[in-house]
Ligand binder design. Structure first.
Ligand code: INI
Length: 161
């Protein structure tokens, strides 16, 4: 098969013209601050500008979607990242939070046409939280920033955007 598609749409990994907002839960702040560090490092290493980065703090992961919604409504951002750490078993809350937050973020992205990047780490214990906040299993904040940059650029490239 030597035929090719007429159009291929891809999001480049340049953050030079990307306006990014990050919403951070204060709950499990020790880990969330590591995720934020990873996200910021990735944003700046891909050419992101300080004036194009905003960070908002909420008490816990459950409050993330409302802050994301307001940031999207402002029209000032090309992508919004949600960062939190939900450790199962630390309280009975944990199991309720994940489903709610991921569903709400998906709905907000579709409603506003702006990428909502899910950087909420869900773990069974503290060891797994350590692994995903910049050690053995990488840094999920850095992963989230990569996804945000790619999706923000894809949105600019797709027809009708
Ligand atoms: N918030 C988190 O971000 N992570 C958790 O692990 C967590 N646990 O386990 O309870 C958590 N709870 C707080 C919650 O997000 C709300 O802030 C709170 O219920 C007030 O609405």
């Amino acid at each position: 098969m030597d035929k090719k598609p007429a159009n291929v749409y891809e999001g480049m990994l340049s953050a030079e013209n990307i306006r990014l907002a990050v919403v951070c839960a204060r709950f499990n702040e020790f880990f969330v601050s590591k995720l934020l560090g990873g996200a910021m490092d990735t944003f700046f290493r891909h050419g992101g500008k300080e004036e194009n980065l905003s960070v908002a703090y909420v008490p816990g992961s459950f409050e993330i979607p409302l802050a994301v919604s307001k940031l999207m409504q402002s029209g000032k951002y090309d992508a919004v990242i949600a960062l939190g750490v939900v450790i199962q078993g630390s309280t009975s809350h944990a199991s309720y939070i994940n489903g709610q937050v991921s569903k709400a973020l998906g709905e907000l992205a579709l409603k506003h046409g702006i990428p909502a990047i899910y950087g909420v780490v869900t773990t069974e214990n503290i060891e797994q939280a350590i692994e995903r906040s910049g050690t053995k299993a990488g840094n999920r904040g850095a992963d989230a920033a990569h996804s945000a940059i790619e999706m923000a650029n894809l949105m600019k490239a797709l027809p009708g955007c």
